[in-house]
Design a protein around this ligand. Structure first.
Ligand code: PLP
Length: 377
């Protein structure tokens, strides 16, 4: 009998090109073991105590220095609040800054689990259209005439599922609108440090001097999701509000044990080396998937992603991705249908593929199976 350990289990016969989690083969077990041993050997048990509400101060300092280098901006540890990952950060932000029945904006399409968190808080979700340059400002302005949202949830870089990055001009305009109409921007910047071709735009984390801007970061895609460790970057007034929430008052800081260990991974320079290796691996997987798609799936269109994890493929209108996914089962290949990411059941002829999860051999096998499936439709 085997008991569950991981959230999803992919059968070894299936190549699931939809799987959006990193592969355990890239988790740096040895690196984390070393940091844990060093932390335990220090003989100071304070990291086993309830933690400081804002997060371990030494960890925040190390993280701020790491982000200063990674983002190329001065980051102050006072603007960092330690979380148990972006999912828990979103939940806490909803608890603190919204009430049931409030309206919030999401992108059409969006990271499919985020609306579930918003629905848990009984929020009214309004989708805002996107194009190849990210969220459409005209659509945002249009909706701001009709609704008074508490926040806009956006994935401004290497978007999940579309891979799109929001342009500088639109970022500036979005920030202006957030001030003019007094709503928060929750910028999910989980892929900010995973750019493979060029320098990414400045993150929203650069604007924590503005009270409306909140940036969300995570170790899930740059180290390991099982750590359940991430951070919020925000104005000190917003951090103060989070720190005084009931959850933090009762339980203390969100992840003192793990942050004390990961502090060592950052301070040793290991994290930067690891991200450098990941970028090499993922860039090459991206290129492999791109060339296989061109070679084997001529009827699709897509924008080549410049970072992150995903390809967003558009099929001809008559293809229904839900049906296709059912047929794909017999070819032992899987993906995610576009409608999963839509608040309106749209994108029925789109699918999301992840190039990060498998090595190049499996990517090739998976694309060949997908081709067979399409030929036998
Ligand atoms: C856009 C986006 N946000 C958040 C997450 C989850 O983040 P975390 O593991 O920090 O909760 C993911 C994971 O796929 C994601 O793609």
């Amino acid at each position: 009998m085997t008991l569950p350990i991981t959230q999803s289990q992919i059968s070894p016969d299936i190549i699931d090109l939809g799987a959006g989690e990193p592969n355990p083969s890239v988790f740096p077990l040895e690196m984390i073991r070393r940091a844990a041993e060093e932390r335990f050997a220090q003989g100071d048990a304070s990291f086993l105590q309830y933690g400081a509400e804002q997060g371990d101060g030494y960890f925040r300092l190390a993280l701020a220095q790491f982000l200063t280098r990674g983002y190329g901006l001065p980051i102050n540890p006072e603007n960092i609040f330690v979380t148990a990952g972006i999912s828990s950060a979103l939940d806490l932000l909803c608890t603190v800054f919204t009430q049931a029945g409030d309206t919030i904006f999401v992108e059409e399409t969006t990271y499919f689990v985020a609306p579930k968190i918003f629905a848990d808080h009984r929020l009214n979700i309004v989708p805002i259209a996107m194009d190849e340059n990210g969220l459409l400002i005209e659509s945002l302005e249009e909706n701001l005439k009709r609704f008074k949202p508490k926040f806009l949830y956006t994935i401004p870089i290497h978007h999940n599922p579309t891979g799109i990055t929001l342009t500088e001009t639109r970022r500036t305009r979005m920030i202006e609108l957030s001030q003019q109409f007094d709503f928060l921007i929750l910028a999910d910047e989980v892929y900010q440090l995973l750019s493979y071709t060029d320098n990414p735009p400045k993150p929203f984390a650069a604007y924590t001097n503005i009270e409306n801007i909140i940036s969300l970061g995570s170790f899930s895609k740059i180290l390991a999701p099982g750590l359940r460790l991430g951070w919020i970057q925000a104005h000190s007034q917003k951090i103060k509000r989070l720190v005084t929430s009931g959850l933090l008052d009762s339980g203390g800081g969100m992840n003192p044990f793990t942050s004390a260990i990961i502090r060592g991974v950052i301070e040793s320079g290991d994290l930067e080396k690891h991200i450098h290796d990941l970028i090499e691996i993922y860039r090459s997987r991206l290129q492999k998937m791109d060339s296989l798609l061109r070679q084997h799936l001529p009827n699709i269109t897509y924008t080549i992603p410049r970072g992150g994890y995903f390809f967003w493929l558009r099929f001809p209108e008559h293809i229904n991705a839900i049906e296709l996914r059912k047929q794909a089962q017999s070819f032992q290949v899987d993906f995610r249908q576009g409608t999963l990411f839509s608040s309106r059941g749209e994108s029925q002829n789109y699918i999301r593929l992840c190039f990060a999860h498998y090595d190049e051999e499996h990517i090739e096998q998976g694309i060949l199976r997908l081709k067979e499936c399409l030929l036998n439709k």
